[in-house]
Design a protein around this ligand. Sequence first.
Ligand code: CDP
Ligand code: CDP
Length: 259
Amino acid sequence: MTATSERLLDAPLSALGAHLHPAIIAIDGPAASGKSTVGYRLANALGYLYFDTGVMYRAVTWAALTRGIAITDEQAVGELAHSIAIDLLPPQPGQQDGRHATVLVDGEDVTWLLRAPEVERNVSAVSAYAAVRAALTAKQRAIAHRYGRGNAERAGIVLVGRDIGTVVVPDAPLKLYIDATPEERARRRHRELRQQGKTIDYDQVLADMLRRDHIDSERTLAPLRQAPDAVRLDNSDQSADVTLTQALDALRAKIAQST
Ligand code: CDP
Ligand code: CDP
């Protein structure tokens, strides 16, 4: 072990974040694999911004559904993606309801509306459209680079999505691919929906999720793929605490390699 890697083992987490250049962590993986859980905790531990890119695709889908735009109308949905304002804000003191960020579409708080089954069912079709991806990828990349270069109010950024390590920021020095079996992922999503008071069959949740995974992985543009240099963490049988520890180990290893 080098002197640098020994020092990194003892470094406080916020100090660790200062050693990553650019300060960008990319996290990808299928639905309900635990990406947001590990991404949010990692961002808080390091003093980085947490950025869930999936909410942007959900926001466009929600806006199309509420404005009566047919999801099959690629041109209209693409124009919508360019025209609506999507803002992500840290939760305010009165908003401690489990949200990781507040999502505004044209000023309206839609944070929980984005989790509706109707949005969940249509978001993969919307995400496959070229104009939608072009609009959202450009915004995500600009935000990532601003934080990554240290020109923002946090020391770095953790982005979570499907194509972060492969397309949005392939230059991210640390890439994680979070995975779990489809059955375990459906159990988790089913449990979340029940906790929100929604009655839905486990089999239906599993079927919807597999359908979404299939569209996300098979689409031509920016499909869900593990980047060749990503660290794969399967948490089917392990707690979120263990995954966080493994993610921090991967970060320490990456920093030690580059110093
Ligand atoms: O939380 P969960 O993994 O279920 O979904 P999400 O991250 O909120 O993403 C919702 C959908 O947005 C995904 O199923 C993808 O179709 C799309 N998405 C994408 O295409 N690219 C991203 N970088 C993030 C999400
Ligand atoms: O962001 P993504 O859709 O990949 O998943 P998530 O929202 O982080 O996690 C989906 C659900 O699985 C949440 O309710 C987490 O608390 C839970 N989870 C779990 O039970 N065990 C883990 N090791 C990771 C997440």
